[in-house]
Write a protein that binds this ligand. Sequence first.
Ligand SMILES: Cc1cc2nc3c(=O)[nH]c(=O)nc-3n(C[C@H](O)[C@H](O)[C@H](O)COP(=O)(O)OP(=O)(O)OC[C@H]3O[C@@H](n4cnc5c(N)ncnc54)[C@H](O)[C@@H]3O)c2cc1C
Length: 431
Amino acid sequence: MPEKFDVIVVGAGPAGTACAYTCAKEGLKVLLIERGEYPGAKNVMGGILYRKQLEDIIPEFWEEAPLERPIVEQRYWMMDKESMVTMGYKGGEWAEKPYNNFSVLRAKFDQWFAQKAVQQGAVLINETVVKECIVKDGKVIGVRTDRPDGDVYADVVVLADGVNSLLGKQLGFHRELKPQEVALAVMEVMKLPEKTINERFGLEGNQGVSVEIFGDSTNGALGTAWLYTNKDSISIGVGITLSGLIKEKKKPYEQIEYVKNHPMIRPYIEGAESLEYLAHLIPEGGYNSIPKLAGHGVLLVGDAAHLVNGIHREGSNMAMASGKMAAETVILAKQAGDFSENMLDSYRTKIYDSFIGQDLKKYKDATHTFEENPQYFKEYIPLMNKAASKLFSIDGTSKKEKQKEIMKSFTSGRGKLGVVQDLYRAWKVMK
Ligand SMILES: Cc1cc2nc3c(=O)[nH]c(=O)nc-3n(C[C@H](O)[C@H](O)[C@H](O)COP(=O)(O)OP(=O)(O)OC[C@H]3O[C@@H](n4cnc5c(N)ncnc54)[C@H](O)[C@@H]3O)c2cc1C
């Protein structure tokens, strides 16, 4: 190992590896440090991987990456206790190259991705925990690891150490997270034969489906459950904000059992054998929770920078895009021989100008608003279900009468004005 690297990247998740790959490809000396036995060993994701941001790093990656299925259909279920209203989109074009997105298992995917960075020349060391950043005269100059003689130095350190970024906290970049800014997700990977998955979900060949489930899946708390088809397994999980779990007095492991046994979900996983049980935090605070992104000799990327769009279930793509943008900034800094905060701060501008900053800004009040107004998940979803049941039951009541009854059911709880206010509020935070 050289004494000093151009860049040290802490964490070999999608953000760190994207950064390491891009820097190494440009000929920089890169050290990628991962605490897990191998990249992905400790990582958790639903997981849907989006094509575009990885394609920007490795063109045509789908020809070689360990992907489970291309997702051809996205379903949304608004669930009550014994019913659901469904919508979604199935795209024939998504079944063809270059596809839209894919289901993945992170343990396999992260290893592959990190090896791509190694092939570009990055040095990867596993089973190594970075304990702290080494700071001299206000500038980050390296990291202290848990190895004997474990200090390593670099011009820039990129923190890609995930949602709970202890290193970001040590540098004072993060404030303490509030319970509504983070969701606790638990999930299981459940084995099922490929043929059974295809029959149950109405799929052909290697095609996959993603299902997002709202309402009773979280007992009306702010969050969602999901079902994603892998090759010969199903990923099932549920994520709820910590504040929602506290308010509803729910325990995550009880909630996933509830989801698995729900009459609308149970038939899809019947007979499946649990292979893995995982739990992880998701940063859900969005725009208002983004910490300081650049300092003297240091950048924050991915979940460590809280770049997750909880409304659209986008995290891995923002992680990769931010890792790439950080790398581009480091490459420019190297050319200029300037690793000051002033120079590295162009990364912050890049993030805020990109789809990441724009999307997070668009939804900046959404999580908070839905959290403060539980009626959206708790009242309106059951009402939607009752309305659909009424409308689709052929019972001799005239359609006009049914419409009247449905309108009445919506306004009887919150009043006409309350419903209009709720609609306006939802439109305002989602527009
Ligand atoms: C249950 C769940 C479901 C999700 N579903 C989706 C989905 O379907 N689609 C999607 O796009 N996103 C999804 N996300 C979000 C997505 O997983 C994250 O946004 C993404 O993984 C962030 O990547 P990252 O590289 O920033 O962090 P991580 O993937 O968390 O990687 C951080 C890495 O840093 C390592 N590390 C941490 N501290 C240290 C240290 N001190 N020293 C050395 N190594 C360290 C960790 O071991 C880890 O490998 C989901 C998240 C969860 C929890």
